[in-house]
Design a protein around this ligand. Structure first.
Ligand code: HAM
Length: 439
């Protein structure tokens, strides 16, 4: 009987679970600022959904998918990423037919890749992503990058680099692939088995081989930019000029090809290093894609999209390493302290009323010693303690103690809701002043 979680997966609880949910909330808020709406697609898809979009030549499809036959012998796959399922769903439900293209959706949920677990790499991880589908515009691409950057800013990230590159249109890419094959052909004998397969399937993949000797060879390879059609080049510079206007810092990285097959035109990745110097890889990656809807039987005129996805685990580790999680408010408003069994029932009802007024409140089910209840209140970062003994109950009052200021007051039970509103309003104001002070 195994007593540990599956290799490459992880449990989330306590502060870490709170931080994850905070990051996801900020992601939702940022996406909604840009007019994106939620979409949820199943974790399981028919395998072809990924082989025909993410691509036969990608590492993901070639060796990282959790694929199995279900009881009816259909091959199904636990999604390795969110784009294919989102686009499959958009086509299946003809969401593009409502005339309000582009369709802008965001999602956040588990994805699965059979990778070697390591720094920031898991086999089950949480991907938060967006897709804007159904329009073809340099502006739509730029807006997507702006959302990615502003989301990370909202989390408190500074000094991030967006690396951008263009993979051009299909004609530019076909020419480039030929040029890459010509370049790599004489070196094939010295290159790894994967690269020899990539040579056949998609030589672009050879550019981000992780084998050091192969990387050395790839350094001398021709560059995409020399094979761009004038239209593709113009399209790239249109997007970049919007980024310039918006003062988004970017770096053109002509080695950036991304690991999935569906991209064309602009691709991007956001990288960050932690203060301790460890590189978590890309925090976030994405780009433009054409032709994916057609794979699912959708109409050609809407067949363009752009999106990105980020791993919540990587955001979290970086935020943790750089002490960026301090501001997450995981405090409890009130910790209730019943002094003895005799007041427990009355306290239970008071606590229920407090919660319905909108204040979070925890009540121990078995009364303990006052000292130990104060310790628990401290661990839960409670703002107030609400103390009720038999004397208080008889008088129809409770003791309310501000745990930061160590001030205690008596409040009539029937005036408790009003008093709490007053106290919490005052707290909010103090907090606001504090913020002003810091700005
Ligand atoms: P991707 O670059 O394969 O792109 O993954 C996006 C992000 O997911 C990565 O930047 C990384 O933060 C995170 N990630 C990937 N693999 C792992 C892993 N094993 N463990 C932890 N985090 C991981 C895509 O998936 C595309 N669907 C992005 C996209 C959306 N392009 C257009 N629309």
């Amino acid at each position: 009987m195994p007593t540990i979680a599956v290799k490459g997966t992880h449990d989330l609880f306590a502060e870490e679970a709170e931080a994850y949910s905070y990051i996801q909330n900020v992601f939702k808020a940022a996406s909604e600022l840009y007019g994106y709406r939620p979409i949820e697609t199943p974790i399981l898809e028919y395998t072809e959904v990924f082989t025909h979009s993410t691509g036969e030549s990608s590492d993901i499809v070639r060796k990282e998918m959790y694929t199995f036959s279900d009881k009816a012998s259909r091959s199904v796959t636990m999604r390795p990423e969110g784009t294919a399922g989102a686009v499959r769903s958009i086509v299946e439900h003809k969401l593009y037919a409502t005339n309000d293209a582009p369709l802008k959706v965001y999602y956040c949920g588990p994805a699965f890749r059979y990778e070697r677990p390591g720094l920031g790499r898991y086999r089950q991880f949480i991907q938060a992503g967006v897709e804007a589908v159904g329009d073809d515009s340099a502006r739509m691409d730029a807006e997507c990058i702006a959302l990615a950057m502003n989301f990370l800013k909202m989390l408190g990230f500074k000094n991030l680099v967006v690396k951008v590159n263009t993979l051009g249109d299909p004609e530019s890419r076909a020419k480039y692939r030929d040029a890459l094959r010509d370049y790599f052909r004489p070196h094939l004998g010295e290159m790894c088995e994967d690269c020899r397969q990539r040579f056949e399937l998609n030589p672009l993949r050879m550019l981000d081989c992780k084998v050091p000797e192969d990387q050395e060879i790839a350094k001398g390879a021709p560059k995409m930019k020399d094979f761009l059609s004038p239209e593709a080049e113009k399209r790239f510079y249109q997007t970049l000029s919007i980024l310039n206007d918006e003062e988004i810092d970017y770096e053109i990285d002509d080695g950036l090809v991304r690991g999935l097959d569906y991209y064309g035109h602009i691709v991007f990745e956001v990288h960050a290093k932690s203060e301790t110097g460890s590189d978590y890889g890309a925090l976030l990656g994405g780009g433009h894609y054409d032709g994916m809807m057609k794979e699912f039987g959708g109409p050609e005129e809407f067949d363009h999209g752009v999106g990105f996805a980020c791993g919540v685990e990587r955001l979290y580790s970086l935020m943790k390493d750089n002490n960026m999680l301090g501001d997450i408010d995981n405090s409890l408003d009130i910790y209730a302290m019943p002094l003895g069994e005799a007041v427990q029932d009355a306290m239970y009802l008071i606590v229920e009323q407090i919660r319905m007024c909108g204040y979070s409140c925890e009540l121990p089910f078995h009364p303990g010693k006052l000292g130990s209840m104060f310790k628990k209140a401290e661990r839960r970062k409670a703002k107030f303690a609400l103390i009720l003994g038999e004397d208080e109950l008889e008088k129809g009052i409770v003791q309310l103690k501000d745990l930061a200021k160590k001030e205690q007051i008596e409040v009539k039970i029937e005036e408790l809701a009003e008093k709490l509103d007053e106290l919490f309003d005052a707290l909010d104001e103090e907090e606001e002043e504090h913020h002003h002070h810091h700005e």
